[in-house]
Design a protein around this ligand. Structure first.
Ligand SMILES: C[S@@+](CC[C@H](N)C(=O)[O-])C[C@H]1O[C@@H](n2cnc3c(N)ncnc32)[C@H](O)[C@@H]1O
Length: 263
């Protein structure tokens, strides 16, 4: 069993909670700087752990600061160490974001547990009306997939579903060497800014459409889509192309065209 000790608090590291703690203060500051936190901001941190990011966020003096930590011992540690932070001991995946943002939209920060990266990203996507921005550290490969451009092997469902509804920027890579215990992979920091789009009303159907378009990567759009959609009058995109070659705008245009044909 790996144990980590910090300021007289020792915990047995829980792999299932994705516990790899950042040890480099400069990187913490760089993450917080890139989030551009200002005095009027309301910050929500996912998984503060031993507070590496928490203390850097506090230096920016946000108006309000809530942290959600699932590990009981760590939640107690943060409560004791940072009295001005409101600590929720619980699972980020079950917290009520509209409730937490009742007084204003949130800036989300976090070095997030790898095993639940996708559920976290989709929870944030679903709640984006209550969110100003997200500055998140995650596994490097996932960060690349989020920010990927067409015609690359990383470009797929995650990139199209996220980039359609948000501006996604890959910021910088963080070596595995600055974590304790050391993970098997490097990390990267990503910035996500929700935007309003004309597809907001049809988001569920659009996300289904993207999954279908990519269902068999090597097949053409025609082959992947024909079972579920009427393609007979499509003109916006050449259907002999593969999903991986379409830009974010191409996906939106094709979806709009197919939806209005179906409607
Ligand atoms: C990668 S560590 C990062 C810790 C700290 N922010 C740092 O950078 O050193 C992830 C943190 O998220 C916590 N965590 C794991 N699953 C969680 C969940 N579902 N909800 C809230 N926190 C969670 C872990 O206990 C751990 O403290």
């Amino acid at each position: 069993m790996t144990k980590v000790e910090y300021k007289h608090t020792e915990i047995a590291v829980k792999k299932k909670f994705g516990q790899n703690f950042l040890t480099d203060r400069n990187i913490c500051r760089k993450i917080v700087l890139s989030a551009e936190i200002e005095k009027n901001d309301r910050v929500l941190e996912i998984g503060p752990g031993f507070g590496a990011l928490t203390s850097a966020i506090l230096e920016a003096s946000p108006k309000s600061f809530t942290a959600v930590e699932k590990d009981r011992a760590l939640a107690a540690f943060i409560r004791k160490e940072f009295s001005s932070v409101k600590v929720i001991e619980g699972d980020f995946l079950t917290i009520d974001i509209p409730d937490l943002s009742a007084e204003g939209p949130l800036k989300i920060m976090g070095n997030i547990p790898y095993s639940i990266t996708s559920p976290i990203l989709f929870k944030l996507l679903d709640n984006r009306k209550n969110i100003v921005s997200e500055t998140l550290m995650m596994q490097h490969e996932v960060a690349q997939r989020l920010a990927a451009k067409p015609n690359t092997k990383e470009y797929g469902i995650l990139a199209v579903q996220l980039q359609t509804f948000c501006e996604v920027s890959y910021l910088f890579k963080v070596s595995r060497k600055v974590f304790r215990p050391k993970p098997d992979v490097d990390s990267a920091v990503v910035n996500i800014i929700p935007r309003t789009t004309s597809l907001d009303e049809n988001e569920k159907a659009f996300r289904r459409f993207v999954r279908t378009a990519f269902s068999q990567r090597r097949k053409t759009l025609q082959n992947n889509l024909k079972k579920n959609y009427d393609l007979s009058k499509v003109t916006s995109v050449d259907l002999t192309r593969r999903a991986e070659s379409l830009s974010i705008d191409d996906f939106s245009s094709l979806f709009r065209e197919i939806s209005s044909l179906a409607g």
